[in-house]
Design a protein around this ligand. Structure first.
Ligand SMILES: Cc1cc2nc3c(=O)[nH]c(=O)nc-3n(C[C@H](O)[C@H](O)[C@H](O)COP(=O)(O)OP(=O)(O)OC[C@H]3O[C@@H](n4cnc5c(N)ncnc54)[C@H](O)[C@@H]3O)c2cc1C
Length: 269
C-alpha cells in the first residue's frame, strides 16, 4: 500500500513523484521504460526552463534520478487497470495488484481509439494481459495483437500453456461475437478464435480507468487536476494540450499537491 501511485514516468509523472515525496508521501511510479515517452526521441529540447540544450533521453534520465533520489520507487511495468475500491485505488499490472490512497495518471498522449468491439468484449474474450488471463484460454485458439515490446514473450507464454496462437499486426481490426469473442476480422481476413490479447504499450484511458470522464479523448480534470473518479488525478499530455514538457511538469506538481491534500483530508489543493 502506497500513499500515491503514479502511472507513467514521463515529465508529468516524475514531477508529480518529486512533489509528492516533498510532501512526505510514499510514492511508486509504475511505468513503461523511458523509450515509452515520445520525449525519448527528441534529439534536442530547447524550451525547458534552465536546461537550454538537452536531449529528451537525458532529460528523462535526470528526472528519474531526481525522483529516485527523493525516495520514489520506480517500477518498470505496464499498468493494465486502475479502479477505486473501499476508499483506496487498486492498480493492476501483470504480476501484482497494488493499492494506494490516490493515483495520478500521467500516461502521456495514450491512444484513445480502440478497435471496434474492444470495449464491448473486454473481460469476455478481450484481454490486455496474457499472464493474467492466459489460463482461461488453455487448449483454445487466441489471436495476439503484437504492438508492444513484450508481445512476443506474451505470445510464447500463451503457447507454453497450450494455446494455439495466431500473431497479428493489423492496421484495422474488428472483434466479433455474441456473448463472448468468436472471431476477429483483421485487414479483411476473418480468424476464428476464443480470445484476443491486445498488447500495446499504452491502454486507452477509458479501458485503463473504467468510468473515468473523457473530454475530447483526454482525461477530463478540474483546475486541481482531479479526474472524475475518487482519489484519481491526471496530468500532462493525457490531460490535454498543449503537449509540452514544462506544462506536463507543472500539472504533475499540481496533481501531487492535490493528491496529498486529498489524502490529508483537505480535499485537494
Ligand atoms: C519527437 C518529440 C519531440 C518533442 N520535443 C519537445 C520539445 O522540444 N519541447 C517540449 O516542450 N515538448 C516536446 N515534445 C512533447 C513532450 O515530449 C510531451 O509533451 C511530454 O513528454 C509529455 O509528458 P507526459 O509525462 O505527459 O507524457 P510522456 O512523456 O508521454 O510519458 C508518459 C509515460 O507513461 C507511460 N505509460 C503510458 N501508459 C502506461 C501504462 N498503462 N502503464 C505504464 N506506463 C504507461 C508511457 O510509455 C510513457 O513512458 C516532443 C514530443 C516528441 C514526440
Amino acid at each position: 500500500m502506497y500513499d500515491i501511485i503514479v502511472v507513467g514516468g514521463g515529465p508529468a509523472g516524475l514531477s508529480a513523484a518529486i512533489t509528492a515525496r516533498q510532501r512526505g508521501k510514499s510514492v511508486a511510479v509504475v511505468t513503461n521504460d523511458a523509450s515509452g515517452s515520445g520525449l525519448y526521441r527528441a534529439g534536442q529540447v530547447r524550451n525547458y526552463p534552465g536546461l537550454p540544450d538537452i536531449s529528451g533521453a537525458d532529460l528523462l534520465d535526470k528526472l528519474r534520478e531526481h525522483a529516485e533520489s527523493m525516495g520514489a520507487s520506480v517500477i518498470n511495468e505496464r499498468v493494465l487497470a486502475i479502479a477505486p475500491a473501499d476508499g483506496a485505488v487498486g492498480v493492476s499490472r501483470a504480476t501484482d495488484v497494488s493499492r494506494a490512497a490516490a493515483v495520478i495518471l500521467a500516461i502521456g498522449a495514450a491512444q484513445s481509439s480502440v478497435f471496434p468491439g474492444e470495449a464491448e468484449f473486454l473481460g469476455r474474450g478481450v484481454s490486455y494481459c496474457a499472464t493474467c488471463d492466459g489460463m482461461f484460454f488453455r487448449g483454445k485458439r487466441v489471436c495476439v495483437v503484437m504492438r508492444a515490446p513484450d508481445a512476443e514473450s506474451e505470445a510464447e507464454y500463451l503457447e507454453s500453456i497450450g494455446c494455439e496462437v495466431v500473431r497479428l499486426s493489423p492496421r484495422d481490426m474488428t472483434i466479433n461475437g455474441a456473448r463472448t469473442v468468436e472471431s476477429v476480422t483483421a485487414d479483411g481476413e476473418t480468424v476464428r478464435c476464443a480470445g484476443v490479447f491486445i498488447l500495446r504499450r499504452t491502454i486507452a484511458p477509458a479501458s485503463l480507468a473504467a468510468g473515468v470522464e473523457l473530454r475530447g479523448g483526454h482525461i477530463g480534470t478540474d483546475e486541481a487536476m482531479r479526474a472524475s473518479l475518487p482519489g484519481v488525478f491526471a496530468a500532462g499530455d493525457c490531460a490535454g494540450p498543449p503537449y509540452q514538457i514544462a506544462k506536463a511538469a507543472g500539472q504533475g506538481q499540481i496533481a501531487a499537491l492535490s493528491a496529498a491534500g486529498y489524502i490529508d483530508g483537505g480535499g485537494g489543493l
